[in-house]
Ligand binder design. Structure first.
Ligand code: BEZ
Length: 211
């Protein structure tokens, strides 16, 4: 099954380090970052999970729940979590799905057989409060992800939802943003009373609204 942007994220029930999780019920009205890693007791995954645990307050601040996954058993997750705390200096503070029967990885297409026919790749799904898939990123097993980039992309998505702006290349918090092309100049005058810099009729730069 291929999940694409705009699709409704499939619901599931699976074991996790926080007990059985029914996804929709667990997510509630929050956004979710669901991410897979290839295997427990592997080096890149160990660093990733430590980093996500360290920056979890950044996800909390944005109203986002985090949930990890690999096709391992619960006992392995629990033993590995102790290694992560020992080596990364932080306890894993979000649930890890023990997807040993591949329920979730199959539903979300996290196993790419031509890369590896049994292990998940490094998938990231950002799912909004309406359960709509808003961002999909796929990395190979040997490349650790940049979770600061995932936060940056979430900030962009939430700015678009709340203020009808898009974010330009390499945008970071505090930089100018772009008025969405779907917003007419008449609407823009109400939304951005301080005005904007119209470089072209389709390229209207404005200060980030929520500073
Ligand atoms: C890792 O997480 O370190 C890893 C997993 C599978 C292949 C290569 C690296």
């Amino acid at each position: 099954m291929t999940i694409q942007l705009g699709d409704i994220a499939p619901d599931f029930t699976q074991e996790s380090t926080d007990g059985p999780i029914s996804f929709y019920e667990w997510a509630g009205d929050d956004w979710v970052v669901l991410f897979s890693h290839p295997k427990d007791f592997t080096p890149v995954c160990t660093t990733e999970l430590g980093e996500v645990a360290k920056i979890k307050p950044e996800f909390d601040r944005r109203g986002i729940k985090i949930i990890g996954l690999s096709v391992d058993f619960l006992e392995d997750h629990n033993a590995w979590a102790r290694d992560i705390e020992e080596t990364q200096g932080v306890a894993v503070n979000f649930p890890l799905l023990a997807d040993s029967d591949c329920t979730v990885s199959d539903l979300y297409g996290m196993i790419h057989p031509n890369a590896d026919d049994t292990l998940t790749v490094r998938s990231v799904f950002v799912i909004d409060a309406a359960k709509k898939v808003r961002l999909i990123i796929t990395y190979p097993a040997s490349t650790g992800r940049n979770f600061a980039e995932i936060l940056r992309a979430i900030d962009s998505l939430q700015l678009t939802d709340n203020y009808q702006v898009a974010t330009p290349v390499d945008w970071h918090h505090g930089d100018e943003v772009i008025i969405m092309p779907s917003v007419s100049n008449q609407e823009a005058r109400e939304l951005f009373p301080g005005g904007w810099d119209e470089k072209k009729s389709y390229l209207r730069m404005v200060a980030q609204p929520n500073l």
